[in-house]
Write a protein that binds this ligand. Structure first.
Ligand code: ADP
Length: 473
């Protein structure tokens, strides 16, 4: 398969970076090794000679001096002379020299003196071209102070050897290195980009599948940690998607059923009133009551659905105030007085400690309302409900216990999910939307609290939530 090169692809980017990197290294090498090498070499050499000269000056007058002159001139391959005021060599001298009295060329000597006298330091280093050899030399000069006779001069002279041949060798080598490193970086970038992009391409293919609605797809892990993390996150997202897709389907099935039943009833009772019971006040009243009840049920259902969206968007902006959960519980309970007075429910409230918290009063009361509503809905013959509000050190625990139908073990994990409704076959009395508990959970979590349930099927349930006294601590 031939892939066309895309300038935004990992392949191309890596290749470019590698090339830039190789090019920078090569340019640096060329600059240092070829372009600047002459001046670099000259500076180095001058520093070296200056160091030797200064060392010798510093030991002038000691016994070691002459020995050092000899050693340095041999080991470094340089000419070291001591000159007197006339430029005549006073060291080194052999027997013949006593006769020949060698001295520095007068032009060279006067340049030497000039340089030495205009410098502010007590030595000088300079380059000069040799008259007969056609070569550059480095000259070092310093004054050697004598106590009772005129001063001498230390004169060091060395050739600045031409390094052109070395530069040529280096040039050749650099050309080879440049070619090899360009080829290597091309190969390496290709290899690396393949290796890096393979798992990403694989994830993309899986993601496309997911986009087409295949929720059973699995994101395979790759060869490195970042891809593993991405695959984990995507797998998690897929399973959440799958779950909410299932819930959505269930919800639609439930809601259409729940909407349809009251609508059918309303319609048929309406027809009955029109056709049959219109003249019979007792029957008409009974039928109209059914219509009203069913309408109420419908509007409750719609309210629930609206609540969820509303509360979830409102959770982002909470109105935090200090309030008493116990007081709030009692005021919510007032809305259930019908069940206590007419349906025989016994609802008791126990409280301990300080039950004040900082939180969104309206939302917490909505959570309490939903829990009480569920306990009433799912109670069977035993219509006892016990509410406990327990103020602990830094938190308040609310719990509500009923003795109703309870929850199957396998359902416990799902009841908090949006749209989940227990026991697929719903009795009409318990027609709900599956939203109540998911609301409770969202509200409590928005307050940094926890929710939970303890229950045994057939024996009843205990729902609880714990809120920190101060939600931001
Ligand atoms: P709804 O009550 O509208 O179905 P909820 O989210 O309030 O939705 O509850 C989800 C499910 O949890 C219910 O369908 C029910 O099966 C179970 N449930 C909730 N509260 C209780 C309770 N007190 N006792 C037994 N089951 C409960």
């Amino acid at each position: 398969m031939r892939e066309s090169i895309h300038t935004k692809s990992l392949n191309f980017k890596l290749w470019t970076y590698f090339m830039i990197f190789a090019a920078i290294i090569m340019i640096l090498l060329w600059l240092l090794q070829i372009v600047f090498i002459n001046s670099y070499y000259e500076t180095m050499k001058i520093n070296e000679i200056r160091k030797i000269g200064n060392e010798l000056v510093s030991i002038y007058g000691t016994e070691d001096f002459e020995q050092q002159l000899l050693e340095k001139s041999f080991s470094e391959g340089i000419v070291i002379n001591i000159l007197d005021q006339n430029g005549s060599v006073v060291y080194p001298l052999d027997i013949m020299d006593l006769v020949r009295r060698p001295r520095l060329q007068s032009a060279a000597f006067s340049e030497f003196l000039n340089k030495l006298y205009i410098t502010e330091e007590n030595f000088t280093v300079y380059t000069r071209s040799h008259e007969s050899l056609d070569a550059e030399t480095i000259v070092y000069g310093a004054i050697l102070q004598n106590e009772n006779s005129p001063n001498y001069f230390l004169f060091i002279n060395t050739m600045l050897e031409p390094i052109d041949s070395t530069v040529n060798v280096l040039k050749n080598q650099l050309v080879i290195i440049t070619i090899i490193s360009l080829i290597l970086s091309m190969g390496l970038s290709l290899f690396l980009s393949r290796k890096l992009s393979r798992p990403i391409t694989r994830l993309t293919t899986s993601a496309k599948g997911l986009g087409e609605g295949r929720y059973d797809i699995e994101f395979k892990k790759g060869d490195y940690l970042e891809v593993d993390n991405l695959a984990d996150t995507l797998n998690q997202a897929t399973s959440e998607l799958k779950k909410s897709e299932e819930l959505r389907r269930d919800f639609i099935a439930n809601v259409t059923h729940d909407l349809k039943t009251p609508l059918t009833l309303i319609k048929s009772y309406g027809e009955m009133v029109r056709d049959i019971s219109g003249d019979n006040p007792e029957k008409r009243e009974a039928h109209l009551n059914t219509i009203i009840q069913e309408t109420d049920r419908l509007s409750r259902l719609v309210d629930d659905m609206l609540d969820l969206t509303k509360v979830q968007s409102e959770l982002r902006e909470m109105k935090v105030e200090k309030f008493d959960i116990l007081e709030e519980t009692n005021s919510v309970l007032e809305r259930f007085s019908y069940f206590r007075e007419q349906e025989g429910f016994q609802i008791s409230v126990e409280a301990h400690g300080d039950t004040n918290i900082h939180g969104d009063r309206l939302k917490i009361s909505q959570a309490i309302y939903n829990l009480i509503n569920n306990s009433i809905n799912y109670s069977l013959l035993d219509k006892k409900i016990i509410i406990n509000v327990d103020g602990q050190e830094s938190r308040v625990k609310f719990s509500i216990k009923d003795f109703g139908q309870g929850i199957l073990e396998e359902e416990k994990d799902y009841i908090w999910d949006r749209y989940y409704r227990g026991g697929k076959s719903h009795t009409r009395k318990k027609a709900g939307s599956g939203i109540g508990l998911s609301l409770v959970k969202s509200i409590v979590q928005a307050h940094n609290g926890q929710v939970g349930v303890e229950s045994k099927a057939g024996e009843g349930s205990l729902f609880w939530f714990i809120l920190p006294r101060n939600m931001n601590e």
